[in-house]
Design a binder for this molecule. Structure first.
Ligand SMILES: CC(=O)N[C@H]1[C@@H](OP(=O)(O)O)O[C@H](CO)[C@@H](O)[C@@H]1O
Ligand SMILES: [Mg+2]
Length: 546
């Protein structure tokens, strides 16, 4: 059977619901929607995975089937590029084009146009690896994916159930195997072994303190964390005392329900099921374990969140300290990447107290990741807890060739080296980030309360405003979405209001994931932050009147 015919025949098994044609869009997080309407989309993403691999001469591409923190009835699919990064931005539109083809014939036509315009050699090998989270719909969607990979004659490996960052890790491992940049052993076990070895090395001069409760959102993070724990030293050996909660993957309706990182961040409270007492250290992962937030109750029983901004400041300060202590400071520029949503107090703290550089990018992990790679050591986290630290090739070389001049320098260097393996370089990884935070807290001898005390957040408020057409709201290029270009006049009005508030800062931008405009406001008191947000929301409503 010809290639075209195979693609067409398999496509006939996964028709696109007519009413949805034209509505699919590959966004920041790939495609994400109700699982029951996703079959044709996953099939077509499979076609694109083969094309992308062939275009890159047989480098392995990853496909992850997950809907992260969304409700259990949703699912999604996204592609992973060879070094474990998210799909190159310019290819997102091809995914969208394939998904929106309105018949099997049209699909073959779009497919062939892509082959032609992208100059894909169909005789080159296609290699694809894939995995899914714990959602019930995952196995059916895997069949759709497999149909596409079979039709396009790709070599495939099904890694079954994994966290999203584990798949990113594997993709990078396969593509660097046997090279100087070999990232690790190409297996799930290899992932645990790499993290565990790095953790042990990082903890060589310290030991775990207190216990940590980890809420796994009843998602894939639960079983994977339990597996990871088997490789880590026990509390008696100076390891971590971890209590795993919300790790039931057999009751699908409990996934992300009243638990998990998104619940905690959005509701600013612990999962109702939490039994933690004052001062107890807790963290929550999201449904596919690529996000993490920490929290605790203070002595007055008030909930305190340690979000992505806090993890970024903790990590940046520790890594800069290690660079200094090991005698590498002048060879390693540590920088932090934030978005406009980062609390202003964290920005000031990083610049003034830590003396580190900051870059502000538009929302979306791919922008942050990209900006972070321009530093020797780039730390990035979105406030929601998605982030990581990336070390440039020259930073890695400096770290690995540096000759310490004293035992103190040698100790710091050992820890720094361990961090380069402990931290997942491909993407934000809740399990790796959790180990990183635990290592830092142990070294600094910090409780959560002490971590929180490093600086005081400015009171802030995030509001979602529904408007007739969010696309009317565009931002000025180069301002990291902090200024509106259109509707004309809106930005001036916002600035007039902001000027009335002490430490006032506010901006509005169209959401990339929801049909709404988001307004963020900060000011010196809670009441003023609320007022400012309300005033700016009013301006947005006026300009975006339905
Ligand atoms: C303010 C906010 O939290 N925005 C989120 C949200 O983006 P929006 O474009 O603001 O809808 O979803 C993104 C994808 O998950 C995430 O990267 C980002 O941090
Ligand atoms: Mg996620």
């Amino acid at each position: 059977m010809s290639h075209d015919q195979a693609v067409k025949e398999a496509s006939a098994k996964h028709p696109t619901p007519a009413e949805l044609v034209g509505k699919f869009q590959y966004g920041t997080a790939g495609f994400r929607m109700k699982a029951k309407i996703l079959d044709s989309v996953v099939y077509r993403v499979g076609l694109l995975a083969s094309l992308r691999s062939r275009k890159l001469n047989g480098q392995t591409i990853g496909v992850m089937i997950t809907a992260s923190h969304n409700p259990p009835e949703d699912n999604g699919v996204k592609l992973v590029d060879p070094m474990g990064e998210m799909l190159e931005g310019s290819w997102e539109k091809y995914a969208t084009q394939l998904a929106n083809a309105d018949s099997d014939e049209h699909l073959v036509q779009v497919y062939n146009e892509l082959v032609k315009t992208l100059k894909v050699n169909l005789d080159a090998p296609a290699r694809v690896i894939f995995a899914r989270d714990t959602r019930a719909s995952g196995s059916r969607l895997v069949e759709c994916l497999n149909d596409a990979l079979t039709a396009t004659k790709a070599e495939v490996t099904d890694y079954r159930i994994l966290t999203t960052p584990q798949l990113h890790y594997l993709v990078r491992c396969v593509n660097t195997k046997g090279t100087q940049e070999e990232y690790g052993e190409v297996s799930e076990k290899g992932y645990y072994e790499k993290l565990a070895a790095a953790f042990k090395q990082a903890m060589e001069h310290t030991k775990g303190q207190g216990h940590l409760t980890v809420d796994c959102a009843n998602g894939v993070g639960g079983p994977k964390l339990r597996e990871l724990l088997k490789y880590l030293p026990s509390p008696a050996d100076g390891g971590l005392d971890i209590k795993v909660v919300n790790d039931d993957v057999h009751k699908p309706e409990t996934l992300n329900h009243q638990c998990g990182a998104d619940f905690v961040k959005t509701n600013q409270r612990a999962p109702p099921s939490s039994k933690a007492g004052p001062g107890d250290r807790c963290c929550s992962l999201d449904g596919d374990a690529d996000r993490i937030v920490y929290y605790f109750q203070d002595e007055k029983n008030v909930f305190r969140l340690l979000d992505g901004d806090r993890i970024a400041t903790l990590a940046a300060s520790f890594i800069a300290e290690l660079a200094r202590q090991s005698g590498l400071m002048d060879k390693l520029t540590v920088g932090v990447v934030q978005t406009a949503y980062a609390n202003g107090a964290s920005t000031t703290y990083i610049q003034k107290n830590l003396g580190l550089q900051i870059v502000c990018t538009p929302t979306g992990v791919k922008h942050l990741h990209h900006a972070a790679t321009r530093f020797d050591v780039g730390v990035y986290f979105e406030a929601n807890g998605h982030g990581t630290v990336v070390f440039s090739p020259s930073a890695l070389k400096s770290i690995h060739t540096h000759q310490p001049q004293s035992p103190a320098q040698a100790d710091a260097l050992t820890t720094l080296m361990a961090l380069t393996d402990l931290i997942n370089q491909t993407v934000g990884d809740a399990l790796s980030d959790m180990l990183l935070v635990e290592v830092i807290l142990a070294h600094k001898g910090f409780s959560c309360a002490e971590w929180l005390q490093t600086y005081t957040d400015l009171p802030n408020r995030l509001v979602r405003v529904e408007v007739a057409d969010r696309n009317l709201f565009t931002t000025v290029e180069g301002t990291a979405e902090r200024q509106l270009a259109t509707p004309a006049g809106a930005q001036k009005d916002i600035e007039k209001v902001v000027a009335k508030y002490k430490d006032g800062r506010s901006f509005a931008r169209a959401s990339g994931t929801e049909d709404a405009v988001r307004v963020y406001a900060e000011a010196s008191t809670r009441a003023e932050a609320e007022d400012l947000a309300a005033a700016v929301a009013q301006i947005v409503r006026k300009y975006g009147a339905k």
